[in-house]
Ligand binder design. Structure first.
Ligand SMILES: Nc1nc2c([nH]c(=O)n2[C@@H]2O[C@H](COP(=O)(O)OP(=O)(O)OP(=O)(O)O)[C@@H](O)[C@H]2O)c(=O)[nH]1
Ligand SMILES: [Mg+2]
Length: 135
């Protein structure tokens, strides 16, 4: 039944010099017009980390060389429930660009809480700001 299906999503928090890469979701997509961490749905034949690597290559043209699990988050939107498998990407090859025409931007971690992200993402921002700005 649709109502109980949870969509498993691999999400990459790409970090470089205290900044995070964000991509703008298309206005017609779910949570459209908001800035997301690049990523996408985990397919049936892959692990979340494999999906992460595939999606980041497809969406922003980078080859991930180091990624570590940061947190998992389940969030119920009115129309669907997502399980976000969030990875910290700390090393990659290539210079990111939006392969699907989507605008990209690098944002200071301290500024993340002032940007409109998907509703599910707030705990990720909290965690990142604690992790990086606490020192
Ligand atoms: N990529 C990404 N998806 C997120 C984030 N936060 C969040 O709630 N989601 C939700 O996760 C779901 C799946 O992500 P997606 O639309 O990127 O999936 P995908 O790349 O496989 O795209 P497609 O199947 O629409 O072509 C969407 O409903 C989206 O709203 C985020 O930070 N990044
Ligand atoms: Mg995607």
């Amino acid at each position: 039944m649709n109502s109980i299906k949870v969509i498993h999503v691999a999400v990459g928090v790409i970090v470089r010099q205290q900044q995070i890469l964000l991509a703008l979701r298309g206005s017609k997509q779910h949570q459209g017009g908001k800035w997301e961490f690049p990523g996408g749905k985990v397919e049936a034949d892959e692990t979340a980390q494999q999906a992460l690597i595939r999606e980041l290559y497809e969406e922003v043209a980078i080859t991930v060389t180091q990624s570590d699990s940061l947190m998992q988050l389940e969030y119920a939107y009115p129309e669907k429930t997502v399980l976000l498998d969030i990875y910290l990407v700390t090393a990659f090859d290539g210079e990111p660009h939006g392969r699907e025409g989507q605008p990209l931007r690098w944002v200071d971690i301290a500024e993340l809480d002032s940007i409109e992200l998907p509703d599910a993402n707030q705990p990720i921002v909290q965690r990142l700001q604690q992790y990086y700005l606490a020192q």
